[in-house]
Each structure stands twice: as C-alpha cells, then as structure tokens.
Design a protein around this ligand. Structure first.
Ligand code: ATP
Ligand code: MG
Length: 299
C-alpha cells in the first residue's frame, strides 16, 4: 500500500535539528520539473510555526504540503505553505485562507482539524491534522475497485463531511480520489483551497476544480452550488466502484449523482438516502447517537 504511512517517530526525533530555518527568508535551491522553486527543507529542519520537517507530501501550483512534527502537540501534523516564488502572491495566501474558512471550528470525522493559522505571516502557512493512510486514488490503484456496499458507505461518509461544509455556506469544488485520505478505511476529505461560497459568482474563464470531476456548469462558470460537489462525488464513486462486475444497482444511484443537468441531481440529504439503500442496515459509519449529538453541529 502506498501513501502516507508514518515511520517510527524516532526517525525524526533521533536527529539534531537546527534552531532556525535558513529557508524562511525565501532562499530556495531546489526546483520542480518545471524549473519552479520548491522548499529545500531537510528532515528535522525547523519550518514555519515551530514545526520540524519530516517529508514532503506534495507540490501544487501555489503551495507545498509537508508531513511535519509539531513539538507543541508532540504529534505529526501537516504543514501547507506557499511555495518560495508564491510567498508574496496574494493568491497563495487566499488559497490557504479558504482552507482556514472551511476547517476552523468545524469538527467532523470526515474533515481534518485545523491546528494553526499562519496565513498572515511572511510565508503564509497552515497546520492541519495528519491523516495516516493512503489516498483513495492510491488505494484504488493498489487494491482495485471497491465492492458496491463499500463504495456506497464511502459516499455516505463523504456526503456528511460535505454537508458540514455546505452548512457553513461553502462548497469544496475539488472532490476527487486524490483529495480523500483513508484512515483505517474511513475517508477524510482534504484540500479545501478551491472552496468557494455557495451562491458566489464565478468569473468567466476561471473554472475551479479538476477536469473530469468538475460538473458541466462549472465549465460555463455558473454561480457556485452544493450540487457541484454532489456531481464530483458521483464521479469519484463511479471511479471507486468501476470495473466491479457485474454493474450493480449502485451504478444507477451514482448516475443520478452525476446527472449533467444540476436540477436533476439529488440534494445532499436525498443522496444520503439513495446511497443508504446500498449499505446493509447493520453497517453505519458512526453510532446513531453520535449523529444525534451532532457531527459538526456546535451547541
Ligand atoms: N491532512 C492530511 N493528512 C495526510 N496527508 C495529507 C493531508 N493533506 C494533504 N495530504 C497529502 O498531501 C498531498 C497534497 O495535499 P493537497 O491535496 O492539500 O495539496 P495539492 O493538491 O498539492 O495542492 P493544491 O492546493 O495546489 O491543490 C495529498 O495528495 C495527500 O497525499
Ligand atoms: Mg490535492
């Protein structure tokens, strides 16, 4: 299984780490395949927010994502920070602020916890809960498609996380197997840098999301809706259960989620009911009293 599996913590703790990072002043020596700079942190080196570098997890257009050690929490964490050449760019900080808006004070089993907000610092950054496991994309590559009931349960869990986001007026807009991490088989949705306010206008020519997962109305830059996430979730579930032979009754349910016409897609509550028909009654993502107490609702 590929992914984010942690090695023993002494891999990091055994190192003598420098007190301050020489790289926070914007000096960078490494480049990616496009010749753009990336942070050259060595394992154990100090990173923004007092974190210690452990391993680079990903390099995006504007931000890099690192597995780090948080001395404050005495635990692993994820540090997402602007790339060296993006540190001054308002869009890098904006991307990270979108993650803050989605995750701050929004506890939910399907959303990572936000540990710290450094978006106003010289090199903007955020620290998040580390989810130890493969992405759904890795898992599908390694182990093949999910059985129908497992795909339906995955969909239900992701829908509850999306619902917590929608309740705060935001749509994720980049749901896809690469942006789902599995911890003990349970999904956690990541990468909230594309999130936008539901109802907000999308500037013409600037669609958000990933080709193949974004719905047709995103191509036309129509105003942001929760239905855009339902579509991307449908495509994700189609991929997760693809090749499962023979095509199951779930296929029809998934087709409803990815209806090209947004008004024909079920709303989140209805989608939960539709997918629920494909999960055995004795299997539930959480005990019933957990959702009564509110997965994400604050009192
Ligand atoms: N909370 C997390 N726990 C575990 N791994 C994570 C977490 N957040 C991100 N990752 C890993 O880091 C990779 C990159 O993170 P993320 O998806 O947030 O950024 P990205 O796609 O590179 O950036 P962009 O914001 O440009 O889309 C993910 O594919 C995943 O493997
Ligand atoms: Mg991503």
């Amino acid at each position: 299984m590929t992914g984010n599996a942690l090695d023993a913590p002494d891999r990091l703790l055994g190192r003598a780490a420098g007190a301050a990072s020489p790289h926070c002043d914007g000096e960078a020596q490494e480049v990616d395949e496009d010749g753009e700079p990336r942070w050259p942190y060595a394992e154990g080196e100090a990173m923004p927010g007092g974190h210690r570098a452990w391993d680079r997890l990903g390099v995006g257009l504007r931000c890099e994502t690192w597995l780090v050690w948080s001395p404050r929490l005495c635990a692993p964490a994820v540090l997402k920070l602007a790339r060296p050449h993006q540190a001054d760019h308002p869009r890098a900080a904006r991307t990270l602020r979108r993650e803050v808006a989605a995750l701050s004070d929004n506890p939910h089993p399907v959303l990572p916890r936000l540990y710290a907000d450094g978006t106003t610092e010289e090199v903007p950054w955020i620290a998040l809960e580390y989810v130890d496991g493969p992405t759904l994309a890795d898992e599908l590559d390694d182990a093949g498609p999910l059985a129908a009931a497992d795909a339906a349960l995955l969909g239900i869990q992701l829908l509850t996380g999306l619902s917590a986001l929608h309740r705060r007026g935001l749509a994720h807009l980049d749901v896809k197997p690469d942006n789902v991490v599995l911890r003990d088989g349970r999904p956690v949705l990541i990468d909230f840098g594309s999130a936008r306010e539901i109802g907000s206008a999308q500037p013409a020519g600037h669609p958000v999301g990933t080709l193949g997962y974004a719905p047709p109305e995103m191509e036309a830059c129509e105003p942001i809706t929760a239905a855009m996430d339902v579509y991307a979730l449908g495509v994700t579930l189609r991929e997760a259960s693809a090749e499962a032979a023979p095509p199951s009754a779930l296929t029809e349910a998934i087709d409803r989620l990815c209806a090209p016409e947004p008004s024909r897609r079920p709303a989140v509550a209805e989608a939960l009911t539709i997918l629920g028909r494909h999960v055995p009654e004795d299997i539930a993502p959480w005990p019933s009293w957990a959702s009564e107490a509110g997965t994400g609702d604050r009192r």
